[in-house]
Write a protein that binds this ligand. Structure first.
Ligand code: FEO
Length: 395
């Protein structure tokens, strides 16, 4: 597959319909993904990014149908991660002297991955490359999301090649934001932000403000994953600005694990208490062991309140909840109020441990956690409802 985006720009990437796990097993991709690569034809021909290594051979064969590889004057590597650079080793065997434009960190990382001394041309923010009628302007986007990340802006066509930023793991043959299902697109875009970009939110705001300060018209944002934003591309920039500032919706999420349903029953009673106070709140419950961790993170990202629960096991907490709390700590979710709950049989450490982990994740623990013995009875469930009511009142 390939398609022309404008007279001068052709998409030459790969849609990966089968992908279900990304970054090892760290990110679920229920709707697949794509590795977007772009070929610019001007007086000089430029290839922007490539694809993941398993598709390298197929990618090069397809690229050869589009252009004689020797007519590629420049390669731009906006990002060294292997889902975008994976076809470089094979490509550089064919055109070994072609300059690769990337940041200084990009050159270091590409060398560390492929151990090849290719013809790197290191660029900084504001550096330009004349390609004929148009030119490319490079903008370093350090830590969005790697130290080497970079945007490339093409004048004339007014396209921002943003690499990972503004992307989504979303396979679609429709390839443009105005053609796809909007709910699916929004869900994949916010999941991508929540799971990948949250730790860098302060930098997201700063970088967007810097790019907006250039006053460059943007007709399209051509990401490296998922669809291309061509209909009101500013909409995803606005969303990123919103998501980067302690984003929350009118939602509370309870995430727990349970051995014999005691903690689950507590979760349901707490949820009832919350709804008694504010029926307009969206309240969602997830058993961490049965739920996709990245989908849950997206829900936690949207929440103003988070309740985490676990039975006590071996003087500790259940592993699925432990894993999610560790993800929350690493991501640095902002602007979330939190509390802990859990059932126990004899020692009952889980609630205290969860509270410490919530604090360690910099969440605002607004209520002392609740624990109930064995299988909660009517009175215990009423205590849980009261706990939920108090939590909702403090939101
Ligand atoms: Fe899509 Fe950071 O690679």
């Amino acid at each position: 597959m390939k398609f022309k985006m404008t007279d001068k720009v052709t998409w030459v990437g790969k849609i990966d319909w089968e992908l279900r796990r990304f970054h090892g097993d760290e990110y679920s991709t229920h709707r697949g993904s794509s590795y977007n690569s772009y070929l610019i034809r001007d007086k000089k021909n430029v290839l922007i990014d490539t694809v993941w290594e398993p598709f390298a051979k197929e990618y090069i064969e397809n690229l050869k149908k589009e252009i004689n590889l020797n007519e590629i004057d420049y390669i731009v590597a906006n990002h060294a991660e292997i889902d975008h650079s994976g076809a470089l080793p094979l490509l550089m065997k064919e055109i070994p002297n072609t300059p690769i434009y990337c940041t200084a960190n990009g050159a270091k990382i590409l060398k560390a991955h492929y151990h090849e001394d290719w013809n790197f041309v290191e660029v900084k923010t504001g550096d330009t490359l004349d390609i004929g009628e148009n030119k490319l302007i490079f903008v370093e986007a350090r830590m969005l999301h790697w130290p080497d990340s970079m945007f490339t802006y093409m004048t004339g066509e007014n396209i921002l090649f943003s690499n990972d930023a503004f992307g989504q793991h979303y396979a679609s043959d429709l390839m443009y934001n105005d053609l796809v299902d909007q709910a699916e697109l929004y869900q994949e875009a916010i999941k991508y932000y929540a799971n990948i970009l949250t730790p860098f939110s302060a930098l997201v705001t700063k970088k967007i403000e810097e790019v907006l300060g250039f006053n460059l018209p943007v007709n399209m944002i051509a990401t490296s994953h998922g669809i291309i934003w061509r209909d009101n591309p500013a909409q995803i920039i606005e969303k990123y600005l919103e998501w980067a500032k302690g984003y929350q919706e009118h939602q509370v999420t309870l995430v727990y694990d349970t051995m014999w349903n005691g903690t689950r029953r507590m979760a349901e009673a707490i949820a009832e208490g919350i709804k008694e106070v504010d029926g307009t709140l969206t309240v969602k419950l997830f058993n961490a062991a049965h739920s996709d961790k990245n989908d849950v993170i997206a829900e936690l990202f949207k929440s103003k309140g988070i309740l985490a629960g676990s039975s006590t096991v071996n003087k500790g907490i259940m592993s699925a909840v432990g894993g999610l709390l560790e993800m929350m700590r690493g991501l640095g979710l902002k602007n979330k109020k939190a509390a802990a709950f859990g059932s126990y049989g004899w020692s009952g450490e889980s609630v205290g441990i969860i509270e410490e982990k919530l604090k360690d994740a910099k969440l605002d623990v607004i209520e002392t956690g609740i624990k109930e013995l064995w299988n909660p009875d009517t009175e215990a469930l009423e205590r849980c409802r009261a706990f939920g009511r108090t939590f909702a009142e403090k939101l």
